[in-house]
Design a protein around this ligand. Structure first.
Ligand code: CUK
Ligand code: CUA
Length: 696
């Protein structure tokens, strides 16, 4: 239909309300179903560049193929536009929670519109949200989460792998955890208000990469070191003692189910050899109770490519760390580890952390190794937990390990020997189920609801779709087979499918997280944005629907959660709430309770914010006082956020409806300083200002 210029009329109208993604396209005139419109578009394409002017009547402006033609869109492009358009007031079906890389933040992006909804500051200050500019919340979280030696200066992080909390192996939309690859830290964001509540600087981790992942009921969130670090008293050890004095750690942080915070006295670490620990994933269903971490640099190379004053590329870390044909997959039994910690003997304490020593991990069945093709990167557990997919940068295969085989091999002690630290190594034959040649540079894998895996191919700059085996419904010749390769633009790192890390992925959408965009967007200087590409998985073939530039930091991993899972999201706080504790703040006031109380040099000001004034709006203080400002936004209207800035003192706060923010400010400098509301809250927003007098 369509080619003949057939006119659609209201007979096509849908009577019951279809799901949001399938809502009819509304025009002033007749209503045309989405499917009919698409059919028309494709029909148009068949005769040229949407040549046929099939319309809804010129008065409605609904000449879709005409518009597509005018814009130079072919049928497939016009179809992609319709598949991703989400009108204002209609919500996206999925949310992506994305790492922000060097921005130190998380981003929230709608799918399929690929519109940015929010940036959540975690490791980096954010002026809009008053995070890290003198308020108790941002500053407290940032300061508590920084190594004391660098707390004053540490104002960034490199976020890589977000992990949404889970119940029964499904995202439950309560919390999200994110690692700081640069500093070995982890942040916790509460998905009720999308704010960071805690940052933990993890003892014995200098950098981190493995994780975050949560175990299927959010018992623990896991994070492991990347580069091993010295475990000497001083924190210094010469690289010549790398094997003796450096160690990696696998960290299991117990999650408080009410608050999402870390319960340190129920958390522990497992000491690992000084290899470089890379990505990690949690076992689920069939592999519940296990955790997997890749390692590379089992050579324990430390670099040093200057020999006798000459450069020697053969001695570089790169070349020395790629010598072995096989590196080692860590298989960790965290339930065994938990039992060992509870038993309480044979543990050590290192910088305040309970640590299971390497020897105990090896002898108690807590840690096993399995060989994996050299320099692996991603390890991803399939939805049923039966398959563990390992991809190596230098190996073209998806390497599929079987949970069943791993369990058998451990029971049979099918060992080829031990590593230099006494950890048993399972034979490759006993644990590897299949190798599927996918292409060049496989990195990470995700899964759908049909038993397929999707693996990013960095070097081939493509996504490989391939079938898993019998435990995922693919038998005989259908098992472990490459079925399709989709080029993406360009150099894909991670990828994500809808709910792809859960026991029940949705399929439907995939997002390719491309490192390079090159020519996909108008040039904006020498540093290019990354490119998130939305891929439709619902058709016969994978198709790219949309490119989204990411121009703030370099994301690594993301997770995609259905919007219905985010049931706890609030729009205003209960009046007088301290968002860090979720309880009523000691400093909360209601309108009419505003006051100033002097206690020695402490000047307590209980101030309210209400469109469009602060009460009081003049603060009289003396140099040497400490201003203790307790600010309550006494509004309960959604979106009625006020800002509060004292630029002369580098103060910038954001106070959401019902929220209490405290500012402790030593008044070191005399002057008469302007204060103002920094959020355009009302018609008289510009009148929402005041003065801070600091008399000499
Ligand atoms: S790593 Cu970035 S592309 Cu940190 Cu997950 Cu593989
Ligand atoms: Cu309050 Cu602007």
């Amino acid at each position: 239909m369509g080619e003949d210029g057939e006119r659609f009329d209201s007979t096509d109208e849908q009577t019951e309300l279809p799901p949001p993604g399938e809502r009819p396209i509304r025009r002033r005139g007749p209503t045309v179903s989405r499917r009919a419109a698409l059919g028309m578009m494709v029909g148009g394409a068949a005769v040229g560049v949407v040549g046929a002017r099939v319309g809804f009547g010129s008065s409605s402006g609904g000449d879709l193929s005409g518009i597509a033609g005018d814009r130079g869109l072919d049928g497939a492009q016009a179809e992609a536009a319709l598949k991703t358009y989400v009108p204002g007031g209609v919500f996206d079906e999925y949310f992506i929670i994305s790492s922000g890389g060097h921005s130190g933040n998380l981003y929230v992006i709608g799918v399929p519109s690929m519109r940015m909804l929010k940036e959540i500051p975690v490791f980096t200050p954010n002026a809009w949200q008053g995070y890290g500019y003198g308020t108790d919340q941002g500053d407290k979280v940032l300061t508590e989460g920084a190594d004391a030696a660098k707390s004053e200066r540490l104002r960034w992080g490199d976020t890589h792998h977000p992990a949404i909390s889970e119940t029964d192996g499904m995202y439950d939309g309560r919390f999200v955890y994110i690692n700081d690859r640069a500093n070995g830290r982890i942040g916790m964001v509460d998905l009720r208000d999308f704010k960071t509540k805690q940052i933990l600087d993890i003892p014995n981790l200098q950098t981190s990469h493995g994780g975050c992942f949560v175990t299927p009921n959010s018992e623990y969130v896991h994070i492991s070191s990347m580069t091993p670090c010295p475990v000497t008293e001083s924190g210094y050890a010469p690289l010549s003692r790398y094997k003796e004095d450096f160690r990696g750690f696998s960290t299991w942080l117990r999650i408080d189910q009410e608050t999402g915070r870390f319960v340190m006295d129920e958390s522990f670490q497992i000491e690992l050899p000084p290899y470089t620990q890379d990505l990690a994933d949690a076992g689920k269903l069939a592999s519940f109770g296990l955790g997997f971490i890749n390692t590379y640099n089992t050579e324990m190379a430390t670099g040093g490519n200057l020999h006798d004053g000459h450069s020697d590329p053969a001695a570089s870390l790169e070349s020395s760390a790629t010598k072995n044909d096989y590196d080692l997959l860590n298989i960790i039994d965290w339930q065994q580890a938990e039992a060992f910690v509870k038993a309480g003997t044979g543990l050590k304490t290192l910088n305040g952390m309970t640590v299971i020593p390497l020897e105990a991990a090896a002898s108690e069945g807590i840690l096993h190794f399995a060989p994996e093709p050299r320099n692996p990167h991603g390890v991803d557990v399939s939805p049923t937990g039966d398959y563990i997919v390992v991809s190596g940068k230098l190996d073209p295969n998806g390497n599929v390990y079987s949970t069943e085989r791993i369990k058998e091999a451990i029971a049979n002690q099918d060992y080829e020997g031990t590593d230099p630290f006494g950890v048993p190594i399972l034979t490759l034959d006993s644990v590897l189920e299949a190798q599927v040649e996918l292409g060049a540079g496989p990195l990470h894998s995700q899964f759908d609801d049909q038993g397929y895996a999707y693996t990013s191919l960095f070097i081939d700059t493509a996504v490989a779709k391939w079938s898993l085996g019998p435990k995922a419904g693919h038998e005989g010749d259908d098992a472990f087979k490459l079925v399709e390769t989709l080029p993406v633009q360009y150099n894909i790192g991670h990828l994500v499918t809808a709910e792809g890390d859960t026991v029940q992925p949705a399929g439907k959408y995939l997002v390719a997280l491309n490192k390079w965009s090159i020519d996909r967007f108008a040039p904006v200087g020498t540093l290019h944005p990354q490119n998130f590409q939305l891929v439709d998985l619902s058709g016969e073939k994978m198709t790219v629907l949309l490119d989204m530039p990411i121009g703030m930091g370099e994301p690594h991993y993301v997770q995609m959660i259905h919007r219905d899972k985010l049931t706890g999201v609030i729009q205003t706080y209960e009046p007088g709430t301290d968002p860090l504790t979720w309880s009523k703040s000691d400093f909360a006031i209601v309108a009419g309770e505003e006051r100033v109380e002097r206690k020695g040099t402490d000047l307590h000001v209980y101030m309210s914010a209400l469109r469009s004034h602060f009460t009081p709006d003049v603060i009289e203080a003396k140099q040497g006082d400490t201003l203790r400002l307790h600010l309550t936004n006494v509004e309960q209207t959604p979106d009625a956020t006020h800002g509060f800035a004292i630029p002369a003192y580098n103060i910038e706060a954001s106070i959401d409806p019902g929220e209490v923010v405290n500012i402790d400010l030593p008044l070191t400098r005399p002057g008469t300083f302007a204060m103002y509301c920094s959020e355009f809250c009302s018609a008289l927003h510009l009148e929402m200002q005041g003065w801070l007098e600091v008399a000499p």
